[in-house]
Write a protein that binds this ligand. Structure first.
Ligand code: GLV
Ligand code: MN
Ligand code: MN
Length: 412
């Protein structure tokens, strides 16, 4: 096996770089981000690339073309994780192209373009709520307001970036809007390829998403003395709102998904206190932006009705949005040709998960290669699995694509 076993071994090493013993949690601008980035940079250098941390903590490896005026092609994915994550989400899209460069370099082969492999510092948005921080900056779309966002400990992104050794003033210079293409390899995070017995597939488009932070304010009171009819229980109201989100999305399940991933009684709550204040999040996704925006409005309306009836206040902050992103047709065709060259029928499928490629799709031709996800397709879960054989095939397909890719074939 040329690639698969090494990639899984490296993913295991990265899985050991975590903020929480016994589970994988690696968030932006933490010591674990630094440690993972240093491991990745060392692998990049060992493979034949120059590598450095950029101003936002992304690790950038460059495999130079012989011609210094050659175009630049970007590939890569994210090194951060959700809380209690699997070990391949993001990581595969960093390790596979490093393996490709190692192979090219070992053969003394150069590409007709400079290849940059990027390990993005943040895609999941776990620490500061907003996601795609690294890719957004490289796509020239960084929103400076993100620097004022604070983590659960009250540390702002600006402060954390400074402590990490980043450089706020250099963020605008990270923009790579003149690159020829962005191509990302990623584990599917769903069961489509698994169910169809296929190791790889080509992504057609990436669903858009909206993130909401909601706060319900009722009245705290004694669990034993306040009669049931008079209560303004923030948690009971929030629970009804959670079910309203689910009901709305279930009724439109062919085009929409919605998740309340976090809910908490402010201050922690107590068994004998009626909850006075509750916060929860809403994550809405759809391949169609109009459907998602209509759902956002409808769900907010429904939650406000619940708040009125239960005599609680509702603060609703739709603080982050990502538009749906179609993948470039010519790049999809070229990825499909590389899959077919391996004797595999190209399967085209949409992505329900968000990816760094979304940020680039707005400004340059962008595409994605999916690799089969084992264990029923489960992801954002420590049970996420990737077979070495699938990592092998996907990396070989990526290498074939990189070696046959001709930036001039793309319509501009
Ligand atoms: C990232 O994995 C996302 O889809 O939220
Ligand atoms: Mn993820
Ligand atoms: Mn991911």
């Amino acid at each position: 096996m040329r690639f698969g076993a090494d990639i899984l071994r490296q993913a295991d090493l990265l899985a050991g770089v975590t903020e929480e013993a016994g589970r994988i949690t690696r968030t932006y601008l933490t010591p674990q981000h630094r440690e993972a980035g240093e491991l990745i940079a060392a692998w990049m250098r060992d493979a034949g690339m120059g590598a450095h941390f950029d101003a936002l903590g992304n690790v950038v490896g460059r495999y130079e073309a012989l011609d210094p005026r050659a175009e630049v092609v970007l590939t890569g994915s994210h090194m951060d994780s959700v809380v209690d994550a699997g070990r391949y989400d993001g990581v595969f899209g960093i390790l596979a192209p490093i393996a490709c460069v190692r192979d090219l370099h070992g053969r003394g082969a150069r590409l007709p373009y400079t290849l940059e492999v990027v390990a993005f510092g943040d895609e999941e948005g776990v620490r500061f709520g907003v996601s795609m921080i690294g890719s957004r900056a490289l796509a020239g779309r960084f929103d400076g307001a993100a620097l004022d966002r604070r983590d659960a400990q009250g540390v702002s992104m600006r402060e954390a970036l400074h402590a990490f050794g980043g450089d706020e003033s250099a963020i605008p210079s990270l923009a790579r809007t003149r690159i020829a293409a962005f191509v990302e390899a990623h584990i599917e995070q769903g069961p489509v390829l698994l169910d169809e017995g296929l190791p790889v597939g080509v992504v057609t488009s990436i669903a858009g998403g909206t993130r909401v932070r909601a706060r319900v304010e009722g009245v705290a009171g004694h669990a034993g003395t306040v009669p049931m009819p008079g209560r303004r229980d923030a948690l009971a109201a929030a629970a009804e709102m959670v079910l309203a989100v689910e009901a709305h999305c279930r009724e439109r399940a062919d085009t929409l998904v919605g998740t309340v991933g976090r809910i908490a009684v402010c201050g922690g709550g107590a068994i004998n206190v009626i909850p006075g204040e509750v916060e929860f999040t809403v994550d809405l996704r759809s391949g169609d932006d109009a459907t998602r925006r209509a759902a956002l409005a409808a769900v907010e309306r429904r939650c406000r009705e619940i708040a009125r009836r239960r005599r609680v206040a509702l603060h609703w902050d739709a603080f982050f949005e990502l538009a749906a992103a179609p993948c470039d047709a010519a790049l999809q065709a070229q990825l499909a040709a590389s899959i077919a060259a391996h004797g595999i029928a190209p399967r085209f499928l949409p992505s329900g998960a968000g990816h760094d490629a979304m940020e680039f799709a707005a400004v340059v031709p962008a595409a994605m290669l999916f690799v089969r996800c084992g264990a029923g397709g489960v992801s954002h879960n420590p049970r996420e699995t990737l077979a070495a054989e699938d990592a092998e095939v996907a990396t070989s397909v990526l290498l074939h694509f990189l070696e046959h890719f001709e930036p001039r074939q793309l319509a501009r």
